[in-house]
Design a protein around this ligand. Sequence first.
Ligand code: PLP
Length: 436
Amino acid sequence: MTRLLHRSIGQTLPRAASARGVYITDTEGRQYLDGSGGAAVTSVGHAHPEVLAAMRAQIDNLCYAHTGFFTTDAAEELAEKLVNLAPEPLNHVYLVSGGSEAVEAALKMARQYFVEVGQPQRRHIIARRQSYHGNTIGALATGGNAMRRQQFQPLLPETHHVSPCYAYRDKGNDETPEAYAARLADELEAKIRELGPDSVMAFVAEPVVGATLGAVAAEADYFKRIRKLCDHYGVLLILDEVMCGMGRTGTMFACEQEGITPDILTIAKGLGGGYQPIGAVMLSSAIYESFANGSGLFQHGHTYLGHPVAAAAANKVVEIIARPETLANVNAMGERLQNGLEAALGASPYVGDIRGRGLFRGIELVADREHKTPFDPARKIHAKVKRQAMARGLISYPMGGTIDGIYGDHILLAPPYTIEPAEIDLLIERITQAID
Ligand code: PLP
């Protein structure tokens, strides 16, 4: 019996022993193509020599200095780099240790901002059904995924949920994308009005949904309308790019493709690329100024925030992602993956939708393609596909459950940005076999 508490108790997992490029090898010598980057984490591939060298150099000099006493070159350089890459007015960075911490810090930033500017009554958070923003209690309450929430009720009372932008399921056949986006924005506006416009603090959403629905991007007008609504009602827009940010969708930040900038942006996974646990919150100058001119302190902190080795690793990861050839490869290989999946699976009666952006692709599995009927959730089809893929030497990220209504079985594919054409073709071959 293992003494380690695994998430799925009793499940026997292979032991990962080493990794290089797009492959992980277990202690039995079996090689797995990392088709999902774990959970969309591995951005620049495993054991990238430049990242390893950057970490080694940092380890040789300094492993830890508490941020209550010191700042470090690594943390300062990372913040500078991120601000130079991000759209205005995201010009300050708060470093944390992962995605849930980033979302948690973002929520507290929004709360403190309204206290600093004399609107402490703004406390309600609106997010979307079927969303996931992390597992800490504030992030879990914000997420609208009923399956993850159910055991932990009551959660924070001031969290509310509206419909996600999920055209495959929810857009009417005769509805234009613009009309659909307008309908969703109207729903959000009605929720803001119901709660009382002066009491709403933030709207939280993922630009491209990852962890609950496989790679669902919004319709063209949606985020522009949402940004306008938030501005109109003085609500902060928090975009969660923990999964879809840092080049994953083909641009450094997913929101760039929506033509809008949030007030607060969370990033993690691809930022550290799996080399170190790290996340970050990017905040607008208005929020920064409210702290700087108000209490002079962001009332929040963790022992490991701004960890120098994590920051050094992320510095190099970001530098590699920002090279034009990296994002060019994300876009080219993303297109190859989409086209290949469509060719291999597009006619399958069990594949309802193949979608996504860059190297962030989702396959929605259905029992009946014509009527989009999901599989009986008791069959746990997504978990079976994951097992079948593992048996064929492929890591893919499964999602499923139907507690929120129709939610279905999804497979997320998110390989490292360094993947090559032959590896994309192998990924397609193995996932097709697994689904078959
Ligand atoms: N936000 C989103 C959109 C995520 O996909 C995740 C993790 O899957 C999180 C937050 C939580 O991140 P972490 O698991 O690093 O705490």
